[in-house]
Write a protein that binds this ligand. Structure first.
Ligand SMILES: NC(=O)C1=CN([C@@H]2O[C@H](COP(=O)(O)OP(=O)(O)OC[C@H]3O[C@@H](n4cnc5c(N)ncnc54)[C@H](OP(=O)(O)O)[C@@H]3O)[C@@H](O)[C@H]2O)[C@@H](O)CC1
Ligand SMILES: Nc1ncnc2c1ncn2[C@@H]1O[C@H](COP(=O)(O)OP(=O)(O)O)[C@@H](O)[C@H]1O
Ligand SMILES: [Mg+2]
Length: 419
């Protein structure tokens, strides 16, 4: 976009106005006033300044009432070249624009022409406007990896996930966390499923837990869990954990002791939904990632009611409990306790398969472990997870695509994001 404004003034008219001693102070900005004062306020130069202001007002299309005249100053560089210096409302009007000015005069008249153009090309502006919010969040939060960085720079995520019968949930959350760049992923799981998960995720390290003979978490394991938590920069609890006494004690221990960001998913949510006020006593920053069924358990209502009131319920839950809430499903919502809301635009029904949520939980937790603020970690992961889903649908079909395919798509997407 190109803007142009021009103005012509009788110098005699300005000379007359200058008989009022306040005239120059009223129309000239501070630097402009000082430059002209040093030259004894020549009337033709004051007239040129006046023209430049009027020409600028025509270029931006506001007229002289759109800003204070002192805010558009005509200054001269050491070589005499004029330029416009804009402050206040005038600078605001000129946002993202650059201006050039040219002035001239004869014995009777002074004139100025102002030309303005976009600092960024039309294409750049339209490209930026077209970048979806989720992608902007992702690009802001994913810093390029420094050449001398090491795994310690990318966080240590503790995943407390999996149980006999649901080893897959532990594997999928561990793998997706690894694929999102965390330095170390440590997964705490029942000893019986360790060989399965370790063979699927050889990069992870493991803490093995044994249920006591009564089916509860053994005292020895409480120590292992505490020690793993003390090493972690974030923790994910709940994917495929079940609701056994062992799972309940594990969730409660993590909630009570963690002071790093916590992602609570699946059975982590199901377990706290039985005594939801416990969430108010948790010191750690929290993200909860319920699907509508889990949200219904949290609110003691039905999934149908949740679906009818998604935004209202998500907002009030996040506010009342002081947590980030990710209400999953078509157009997943991410809401902060302060009322910030992200509505996702990616994803498709091909993701409506057991395991998609476990993949998402690992992604959010991975970003949180790398130090990304929890709202961005959640919104960025939700966007990326849906984008992976859309790509998978395009190549594998909504029918045949699998949650593990979402993890397989991540490298291609990170490459496109330049990370
Ligand atoms: N391979 C593995 O190891 C896997 C392990 N997994 C692990 O399984 C555990 C149980 O988790 P889960 O989500 O499968 O069961 P659950 O909480 O009872 O939810 C179902 C209920 O919620 C409702 N509902 C759900 N979505 C809804 C929607 N969009 N919109 C509306 N309603 C919806 C649904 O209602 P319905 O439609 O049936 O009336 C039903 O009542 C958990 O630990 C998880 O991590 C799984 O991740 C799979 C892969
Ligand atoms: N129709 C849909 N459109 C977009 N995303 C969907 C759709 N159905 C499911 N998903 C996404 O798939 C994931 C399912 O999570 P969840 O129900 O917890 O699965 P699971 O626990 O089986 O792993 C969520 O991220 C959800 O938003
Ligand atoms: Mg789930």
């Amino acid at each position: 976009m190109l803007l142009i404004g021009t103005d012509l003034v009788e110098i005699a008219r300005i000379r007359k106005s200058m008989r009022n001693p306040l005239f120059c102070a009223r129309i000239l900005g501070k630097s402009e006033y000082e430059q002209l004062a040093r030259r004894g306020f020549p009337a033709q130069s004051v007239a040129a300044s006046f023209c430049a202001k009027e020409a600028f007002s025509k270029a931006v299309g506001t007229g002289l009432s759109g800003f204070c005249l002192r805010e558009a100053e005509l200054l001269r560089g050491p070589n005499g070249k004029p330029r416009l210096q804009l402050t206040g409302k005038a600078a605001h009007l000129a946002e993202n624009m650059r201006f050039s000015v040219s002035v001239t005069h004869t014995a009777e008249t002074a004139a100025a022409t102002v030309v303005g153009w976009n600092e960024k090309s039309e294409m750049q502006i339209s490209e930026e406007r077209d970048v979806p919010e989720g992608r902007r969040i992702l690009l802001n939060m994913l810093k390029p990896r420094g050449p001398e960085s090491n795994k310690g720079c990318y966080g240590r995520l503790l995943c407390v996930c999996g149980s006999e019968g649901m080893a897959g949930a532990a594997a999928m959350s561990t793998l997706s966390a690894l694929r999102c760049g965390t330095g170390i992923v440590e997964t705490a799981l029942p000893r019986s499923i360790y060989p399965i998960v370790a063979s699927l995720a050889p990069e992870a390290v493991f803490t093995l837990l044994d249920a006591s003979p009564g089916g509860d978490l053994a005292d020895r394991d409480l120590e292992s869990l505490d020690s793993a938590l003390s090493r972690a920069s974030a923790c994910l609890v709940g994917c495929g954990l079940g609701k056994s006494p062992f799972a309940r004690r594990t969730v409660s221990r993590v909630l009570q002791t963690a002071d790093v960001p916590l992602v609570l998913d699946a059975d982590g949510i199901n377990i706290v939904s039985e005594h939801i006020d416990e969430l108010k006593t948790v010191r750690a920053p929290l993200v909860l990632t319920p699907h509508p069924g889990e949200m219904a358990r949290l609110l003691r209502t039905t999934p149908e009611e949740v679906q009818k009131n998604r935004e209202l319920f998500a907002r009030s839950f996040a506010r009342d409990l002081g947590v980030i809430l990710v209400l999953k499903g078509f157009e997943t919502l991410v809401v902060s306790p302060q009322g910030k809301l992200y509505r996702n635009t990616t994803g498709n029904p091909g993701m409506a398969k057991g395991g998609s949520g476990d993949v998402l939980a690992g992604m959010i937790a991975s970003f949180a472990a790398q130090g990304v603020d929890l709202f961005s970690a959640a919104a960025g992961a939700v966007y990326l997870h849906g984008l992976a889903g859309d790509r998978c649908a395009g190549t594998l079909s909504q029918c045949a695509m699998l949650p593990t395919d979402l993890i397989g798509k991540l490298p291609e997407l990170f490459l496109e994001l330049g990370r």
